[in-house]
Write a protein that binds this ligand. Structure first.
Ligand SMILES: *Cc1c(COP(=O)(O)O)cnc(C)c1O
Length: 425
């Protein structure tokens, strides 16, 4: 793996020209900045639009216009089975069996649905373990579930504090909290990649440690899906949930996803049911008794939003062609370059918060601006004004995510050069 990075335009251009995945960038609309293109580093927040998504949505609008209700059964991709048209590529990206994944709802909704089934508190075992500083939805969701079951977050919510200098969490800290509190933890809910620090977690090891203590385990993969290769089935977790508008490029408010391990496919666990989760073969007999479709499909409530699934379908097809392993290989190089630039060219201004070990992070670097919040805001606004699109996290962190599908080494260099210009004033 090349570590001979250089901070010159010649080097970055040559590196981009030699990139086997370089043509995928042309499949995306890059937001303009003035007369040229912006340097878009916000794929961790809203992934860019694949050019093919407009046509995919228009095709469904056309079928609706031409076929009306018959569009459920006719057309190239009948709506009745539409969620199945994304299933195989979704399974491929997260390392699952096709019947373990379903595209449905949004992340927050799926998190609640999964907790209905997998958070079953008892008087002896009622706690939920999350990381301190978890994403607000996750925190609100677990707190509300704890209260809903008649418990109190004061006693039942365990927040694991970061024990490493930048606020990241060591495996040792996870082992210790599970050893100490495992017997009263009903559910471990941790991120695949933490949204604020960019830390990636070892899902398999955490799952094994938690299962040994008799806890159920779920992961929020909002920042992991489409970013890291995942092996959800083999890692053995009970469930996972994610959104599709970040690295998956499914579009604003895209349909999210859920993974439910095959061992729960025919589970007697309680769930909130809806007609679309009913066994497909007999769904339209409209009987009073709910008979779930085996597997993740059985957690569906409603017939899916076709106009929202259409762009996800084309986006997953791009991932299928690029290959998540090849994307990860490029991502390691690209984010490695960004880190190298920060460390060797910008260490008087910036400091990387995200773990330095490549296996403990994905595409994103969380970068602290030295000198406090006002300096940080000033730099962030300068970058935005100059078409370098990242995002800001209070009090002093800029998140920069080079995405291997559409970012270039030249983008990382442009970021570094802009920071230098700002510093010079
Ligand atoms: C982006 C994100 C969400 C967003 O949830 P929605 O229900 O899609 O709005 C939730 N959790 C984490 C960790 C996220 O990063």
């Amino acid at each position: 793996m090349s570590t001979s990075y250089e901070a010159t335009a010649e080097w970055a251009q040559a590196r981009d020209a030699a990139d086997p995945l370089r043509d995928f960038r042309n499949e995306f609309l890059i937001p303009p900045h003035g007369h040229s293109e912006s340097h878009y580093f916000c794929g961790n927040s809203l992934g860019l639009q694949p050019r093919a998504s407009r046509e995919a949505v228009n095709a469904e609008l056309d079928y609706w216009g031409e076929l009306g209700v018959e569009g459920h059964f006719k057309g190239r991709l009948p709506w009745m089975d539409y969620h199945e048209f994304v299933r195989d590529h979704l399974a491929e990206i997260v390392g699952a069996q096709p019947d373990e994944v379903v595209a449905m709802n949004t992340l927050g909704v799926n998190l609640h649905l999964m907790m209905v089934s997998f958070y079953r508190p008892t008087p002896d075992r009622h706690a939920i373990l999350v990381e301190a500083g978890a994403f607000p939805t996750d925190r609100y969701a677990v707190e509300s579930q704890i209260r809903y079951h008649g418990f109190s977050p004061t006693l039942s919510l365990i927040e694991l504090e970061g024990d490493e200098p930048n606020g990241t969490i060591s495996m040792g800290a996870i082992e210790r909290v599970l050893a100490e509190h495992g017997s009263r933890i009903a559910l471990v809910l941790l991120p695949g990649v933490q949204y604020r620090t960019g830390q990636a977690f070892d899902l398999k090891t955490i799952t094994e440690l938690a299962h040994k203590q008799g806890c159920q385990v779920g992961f929020d993969l909002a920042h992991a899906v489409g970013n890291l290769p995942l092996q959800l089935h083999d890692s053995g977790m009970d469930f996972a949930i994610w959104c599709s508008y970040k690295y998956l490029n499914g579009g604003p408010g895209a349909v999210g996803g859920a993974f439910i391990h095959a061992r729960h496919a025919r589970t007697a666990l309680p769930r909130f049911a809806g007609w679309w989760g009913h066994d497909k073969a007999t769904r339209f007999q409209m009987g009073p008794e709910f008979v779930p479709t085996p597997g993740a499909d059985g957690w569906q409530l409603s017939n899916p939003p076709i106009l929202s699934l259409a762009p996800l379908r084309v986006s997953l097809e791009i991932f299928h062609r690029a290959g998540i392993q090849r994307l990860r290989e490029k991502s390691l190089q690209l984010t490695g370059y960004l880190q190298w630039l920060v460390e060797t060219q910008l260490s008087d201004v910036l400091e990387v918060v995200t773990p330095k070990e490549p296996q403990r992070r994905g595409a994103q670097l969380s970068i602290r601006v030295l000198g406090g919040r006002a300096q940080g805001r000033a730099l962030f606004e300068y970058l935005m004004d100059n078409g370098i699109i990242g995002d800001w996290r209070e009090p002093d962190v800029i998140r920069i995510s080079p995405v291997p599908l559409y970012n270039r080494f030249a983008d990382c260099l442009a970021f570094a050069q802009a920071v230098r210009r700002w510093k010079r004033g």
